[in-house]
Design a protein around this ligand. Structure first.
Ligand SMILES: Cc1ncc(COP(=O)(O)O)c(C=O)c1O
Length: 405
């Protein structure tokens, strides 16, 4: 549905949203009326270069034709069945994902936080059943972000962040250690630790990639101590980091991995994949979901994943990520450019990243800011050098204006 279909003015529509929607977002003053490829369009048809892609979701481009066709076809065939019967898209997607990323089993969820809940629950149940009632603690990273439901929130190592303040006690069973500090992670583990859980690149924590030593060191330590390695690939998964899954950049494999965002090509779907042994912790009744594995979302996901693989989008993410990152280093007032593939953060010295984000918006480039000094770019993975050049010129002009104020 577009604004023109409603007979409303843009002001009238915004007034309705403000009156009725509980607001927890700092919105752009922008009506996303339609989208295609690397652009979103407002109600006047003005294009905005989309370098946040629904926050790392629209990796195959906005309204990708194959995803749209898969959604339309499946919506006309069967929409929702709960998980009692088998459905075609669920089974085909399960095979596609497990064989593509080298995992044994999948469990479908609807969002990143839910996938992380499932990952935490599976690890805890595995620990308690295999080793005894106290073996359910999980060590996670400071500055991590795992979602907004209680398990995922409690795994999130950001006690001073608005996402944790004012909600009372967090769920017990989590300990936190500084990211990329292998010794600290080892020291944080006790006899009751069943798992270590990290993001291969911290996204919301400021775009911090794991070092090779940290990731491979954690895998080794986990193997030697009967501890599970849980990777949250909600943001990094499905080609964003220059590999199909970020863990492939490190040559390690997790015991459980969570995924969401890009896997649906714009539709809400998430999952965990686990080894055969760990997956056995989930038995009938121990976990479930009404919508997880929704046929329309599974059909969209299958089309999106096939598109990513057919078009070699991991390779493009690697190439464009290197090209764009190198350019961004030439911006004035840059302290550091960091990331992996097309998950890129730019930290500024003395400039406010929220202001830069807004100045980019004024110039019709959509990006996000993390905290007060980092901007994050997670564009569709189909971008070209030309798109990067255009984005760079806009960011440069925004930074120059911010520096002059
Ligand atoms: C690493 C990571 N985990 C979990 C989540 C939560 O995902 P969702 O918003 O789909 O619940 C996010 C969202 O940004 C994320 O980046």
């Amino acid at each position: 549905m577009k604004l023109a279909d409603t007979g409303l003015t843009v002001q009238e529509l915004k007034a309705k949203a403000s009156k009725y929607i509980i607001e927890t977002y700092e919105r752009f003053d922008f009506l996303a009326d339609s989208a295609k490829g690397v652009y979103m369009y407002d109600e006047k048809g003005d294009p905005y270069l989309d370098f946040y892609a629904g926050i790392a979701v629209n990796s195959v481009g906005n309204c990708n034709e194959k995803v749209v066709a898969a959604v339309q076809k499946q919506a006309e065939t069967i929409m929702q069945s709960f998980n009692y019967p088998y459905t075609v898209p669920q089974a085909l997607l399960a095979e596609k994902i497990c064989t593509t990323i080298g995992m044994d089993k999948i469990f479908y969820q609807n969002s990143g936080t839910e996938a992380n809940e499932a990952m935490i629950k599976m690890a805890r149940k595995y620990g308690v059943e295999k080793y005894g009632p106290n073996k359910y603690n999980i060590v996670t990273a400071e500055k991590s972000f795992h979602g907004r439901t209680f398990g995922a929130m409690s795994a999130t190592g950001q006690p001073d962040n608005a996402c944790q303040i004012g909600f009372g006690d967090m769920t017990p069973g989590f300990t936190y250690a500084p990211y990329n500090d292998l010794e600290a992670f080892k020291n944080a583990c006790t006899e009751n630790t069943i798992a270590i859980m990290i993001e291969p690149v911290q996204g919301e924590g400021g775009v911090n990639p794991a070092t090779v030593e940290f990731m491979t060191g954690l895998r080794k330590f986990c193997d030697e101590n009967g501890i599970l390695l849980l990777l949250d690939e909600v943001q990094t998964g499905w080609c964003r980091t220059g590999a199909i899954m970020s863990y492939m950049n490190y040559g390690v494999k997790p015991d459980i991995v969570s995924m969401a965002k890009a896997m649906g090509g714009g539709m809400p779907i998430a999952a965990i994949c686990a080894t055969e042994e760990v997956s056995k912790a989930f038995t009938p009744g121990s976990h479930g979901t009404t919508f997880g594995g929704h046929p329309v979302c599974c059909a969209a996901s299958l089309a999106a994943i096939e598109e990513m693989l057919d078009k070699g989008l991991a390779g493009n993410a690697k190439k464009m990520g290197a090209y764009f990152s190198e350019k961004l280093k030439a911006l004035p007032h840059v302290k550091e450019v960091r990331g992996q593939g097309l998950l890129i953060g730019v930290e500024f010295d003395g400039l406010n990243s929220v202001e830069i984000k807004h100045k980019c918006f004024d110039r019709k480039l959509l990006i996000t800011a993390i905290g007060s000094n980092v901007i994050r770019m997670v564009p569709p993975l189909i971008i070209t050098e030309k798109d990067c050049d255009k984005a760079y010129e806009i960011i440069k002009s925004a930074v120059e204006e911010a520096a002059a104020e």
